[in-house]
Design a protein. Structure first.
Lengths: 164, 741
């Protein structure tokens, strides 16, 4: 990859990282190919499906449309994050509600859902995730999971947590 | 079948056990094929595709591609060592085009390079010399005497060269019965292509092993079929190849046909190196098939009480440019074309024709969605003409006990549909629709569906499982693809129940064709039944061995292993005359409430009650997910989804333009009702329900549109433009009811 001499630094899931490649490179590619974090998915590359959603300074952004230069000095959160309470709450609610099937939209969906304010109406939840396509679930389980996460019982036991 | 007591005191089957691998999915640590970077030295492949769907391919100039730094090789049809043809049911698609381009999915050449950017640059640099050929793009013109011949490469006969398959059937005297009918309803229904829109685009990695074999990491519905097709193309024994399934990012039928599997194996073999390829969304949309477009002409006669006395039907199916499973789909559609209902007489003719459109392939429902939309709309129109309750008309024409479908297929258990009708009444009754306000009118519609479990038509439809019990843990090996539907979890539950273990004492291994025996395709709503029964049977054999050895299982520390192949009951092909064409069916009834804005034609679906006869619910959370997902996919098919093509080339490059429903579009209230009567063909009476969940939703929505605004939808999707056109009477109503006086 040809660099342009600019090294981009940002905070990724609580750690300082450096991207020595081209500053025009998509954050999606930096995450997946340079940094080996493949939880962020490439579903369309044109901002239509939301599978590549990440949080930049806590705000949902599409990493397929984001040049890495735009996150210089900022804080990036991906699905691999272990220290974001809201993400953890939604993740656990997704498991409890079975809010996913194939799981490809799930990382982006969880990150976007984690920024929905508690107490949001179903319509507000739907609007918030309307940029994230899911072909498997019909969204109903996802809405239930967001509602559960917003209800704020992160420690409620799952049916059978963990992978079988 | 007997179930052992579960020592943990829990009944594994029927409980909402968390999805196997679920934790990986919410942490982003599942490995989808595109997540595999490949070993060092991996090469990258990119396809060269033509700009036309119908053309002579006169020349491929690879020199400009080979001049791109990093490009190591460009493969063309001359490089194929074996037979340059593949296909799921018949091998008629070129792996690499050899002289002709017949459809949008054709690949002309494959560029191999040391990195992905170079491979793509090489693909762009490759020059194709094309001579445009006339194509057939309108399925209704495909059999015109002067229609261009789409597939001159196929053996000719007396029939029109574009006719791929046809079938007709006659039972009783349709003309006599029709003349006695009190009401005759005529309808012509049209449905279009639909994109599967699974979220993970195709990707894969083929790796040469030290023993000379090739291992392909990919996501597919039927790995063994892929390998058999690949072996013929590479001219080698199938034992030289293996598939290791990565996480499968949705499928819906769209991963049953081969996409990039053979290209990767071919490239890895010829380059003697690992080769990786990742398709972007644009290529994914071009590279796999689409749902079959249908034109369906019905003439349905009923007596004054609503009894169906005569049905006349013409089906015209757009095969597109390659056979895929269209021959099987035609038969499947025909068997379902009159629904589960009794007709005193029927006459049907079905034709599947080649066009230069994208090839049509399996897609959740396999031809049943199209014909069910049409027959259910016909039934609802008969009821409306006679002023009868549509559910009552269904009951009146629904025989119980063993009998035959109008198409001739022997069937029993149609009571299943009656059960869903009853539950739908219970669930939907008691709520009323709002009164019309301004230009917004409300309506409720009801429709039912049946869908086969298993392939039928004489296919040896089997699944094999191997179960090993050792030190209180069970290892289940069976190659059933978990496409997201959750079959891995269901098989864990079945084995846990059968062996009296906890779920975490059971491991299901399905990914590696070298280790796990073949379960057949994850399609046709068949894996809970086929793979489920195979696992249950192997578990029972293990228990038999244990009881023969006489040692209490707690003391047993050496492994006990058993293998079992389960087969669907025998079926017969349509060529073999009447009989059991399809071995088992599932049932559903849907009730839809809609709001139609009669000024704009916009339809909002307010609520769907989706009643599904699951026989026995294996896992209520997974089952509910299937029903909800099927409901919204049905809603998309009914109202939103389209796939426009121009001269055989997709005009859309993204999912938004395909009309895939978003969370805002999706039905806000889905009520899932599960009927469990324990009489399905699967373990403990389960049925496969993956497809039937979406089928009744479509005609329920179109019936609700009629109830709201008086428009009978005859073309999918029911766009605002189509509704407004009909409301304004700008279109001549192509169909209408008539009465014999």
């Amino acid at each position: 990859m040809n660099g342009d001499g600019v090294v981009i630094e940002f905070t990724l899931n609580g750690k300082q990282v450096r991207s020595p490649g081209s500053s025009a490179r998509r954050v999606l590619d930096v995450l997946r190919h340079e940094l080996g974090l493949t939880g962020t998915k490439d579903g369309c590359g044109v901002g239509e499906c939301g599978a590549c959603a990440i949080l930049v300074d806590g705000e949902p952004r599409l990493s397929c449309l984001l040049p890495v230069a735009e996150v210089a000095g900022l804080t990036v959160t991906t699905i691999e994050s272990t220290d974001d309470e809201a993400v953890e709450r939604v993740r656990s609610a997704f498991l409890q509600e079975g809010a996913f099937q194939c799981g490809f939209c799930t990382p982006g969906m969880i990150l976007v859902a984690s920024r929905i304010p508690a107490g949001a109406s179903d319509d507000e939840v739907r609007a918030a995730i309307s940029g994230n396509l899911c072909r498997c679930s019909g969204y109903a389980g996802i809405i239930r999971a967001v509602r559960r996460a917003g209800a704020g019982d992160p420690d409620a036991p799952g049916e059978h947590g963990g992978s079988a | 079948m007997t179930a052992s007591a579960n020592p943990s005191g829990r009944e594994s089957v029927g409980r909402p056990i968390a999805r196997a691998g679920g934790s990986d999915k919410v942490w982003g640590s599942s490995t989808f094929p595109a997540d595999r970077p490949g070993p060092s030295g991996v090469l990258h492949a990119a396809t060269v595709r033509a700009s036309l769907a119908s053309a002579r391919l006169l020349e491929i100039d690879t020199a400009p591609a080979l001049a791109v730094p990093g490009v190591v090789r460009v493969l063309t049809s001359a490089d194929v060592p074996g037979i340059n043809r593949f296909g799921l049911a018949e091998a008629d698609q070129p792996v690499l085009a050899d002289g002709w381009i017949r459809g949008a999915s054709d690949v002309a050449a494959l560029v191999i390079a040391t990195d992905e950017v170079a491979a793509r640059a090489g693909a762009r640099a490759t020059r194709l010399v094309l001579e445009p050929l006339p194509g057939v793009y309108d399925v209704e013109r495909a059999l015109d005497p002067d229609a261009p011949v789409v597939r001159p490469d196929r053996p000719g006969g007396d029939a029109h060269p574009n006719l791929f398959a046809s079938r007709s059937l006659i039972r009783g005297d349709v003309d006599a019965e029709m003349s006695r009918a009190h009401v005759i309803v005529e309808g012509t229904y049209r449905t279009g292509h639909v994109e599967h829109a699974f979220l993970a685009p195709e990707a894969g990695l083929a790796v040469p092993e030290t023993d000379g074999s090739l291992v392909l990491h990919v996501a597919t519905q039927w790995p063994e079929s892929d390998l058999r097709q690949a072996a013929a193309v590479l001219g080698e024994g199938v034992e030289n190849f293996a598939i290791v399934q990565d996480t499968i990012g949705g499928a819906f039928g769209g991963r049953e046909d081969v996409s990039l599997q053979i290209l990767l194996l071919l490239a890895a073999r010829l380059c003697e190196a690992p080769v990786r390829m990742v398709w972007d969304r644009v290529e994914s949309i071009r590279g796999h098939g689409k749902r079959h477009p249908f034109v369906i002409r019905h003439r349905t006669g009923a007596d004054a009480e609503g009894r169906l006395v005569a049905g006349s039907l013409d089906l015209l199916i757009d095969v597109g440019c390659y056979a895929s499973t269209s021959r099987q789909l035609l038969d499947n559609a025909l068997v379902h074309a009159f629904g589960p209902y009794d007709f005193a007489s029927v006459r049907a003719a079905a034709q599947a024709v080649f066009t230069s459109n994208p090839y049509s392939c399996a897609f959740r429902g396999f031809g049943v969605n199209q014909v069910t939309f049409a027959i259910e709309q016909q039934l609802n129109r008969v009821a409306a003409e006679l002023g009868l309750d549509p559910a009552r008309v269904r009951r009146l024409n629904l025989p119980t006990g063993p009998g035959r479908l109008a198409s001739g297929c022997e069937i029993s258990g149609r009571e299943g549909l009656e059960r869903t009708l009853r539950s739908a009444d219970d669930a939907a009754g008691g709520t009323s629709l709002p009164d019309a306000r301004g230009t917004v009118a409300y309506g409720r519609g009801v429709a039912s569906a049946m869908k086969n479990n298993g392939f039928g038509f004489g296919v040896d439809d089997a699944a094999t499982a191997e179960v090993t019990l050792c030190e209180g843990r069970a290892r289940v090996r069976i190659g059933a693809a978990d496409v997201g539907q959750g079959i891995e979890t269901v098989l864990v539950q079945i084995a846990a129940k059968a062996l009296g273990l906890a779920e975490d004492e059971v491991g299901v291994e399905w990914r590696d064709t070298r280790a796990s025996p073949e379960a057949g395709s994850s399609s046709a709503s068949r894996q809970t039944v086929a793979a489920g029964n195979a696992v249950l049977c192997a578990c029972e054999k293990v228990l038999e061995q244990l009881s023969e050895s006489g040692s209490p299982r707690e003391d047993q520390d050496s492994a006990v292993s058993a293998r079992c192949t389960w087969r669907f009951p025998e079926t017969v092909g349509m060529d073999d005359g009447p009989g059991v064409h399809l071995a088992a069916f599932g049932w559903s009834t849907a009730v839809a409430d809609v709001a139609v804005d009669t000024r704009t034609g916009v339809v909002r679906v307010l609520r769907v009650v989706n009643v599904v006869d699951a026989g026995r619910a294996m896992n209520p959370v997974l089952l509910r997910g299937q029903v909800e997902g099927g409901t919204v996919m049905g809603q998309g098919y009914a109202l939103l989804e389209r796939f426009p093509c121009r001269d055989g080339m997709p005009e859309v490059t993204g999912l938004e333009a395909c009309g895939v429903p978003t969370a805002v579009d999706a039905v806000p209230a889905i009520e899932t009702v599960i009927v469990e009567d324990g009489d399905g063909p699967g373990p403990w009476g389960a049925r496969g329900i993956g497809e039937v969940t979406m089928i009744a939703v479509v005609p329920a929505i179109t019936a609700a549109i009629h109830a709201a605004c008086g428009v009978w939808i005859n073309e999918l999707p029911a766009t605002p433009e189509r509704i407004i056109s009909q409301l304004e009477g700008r279109w001549e109503r192509p169909t209408s009811g008539s009465r014999n006086e």
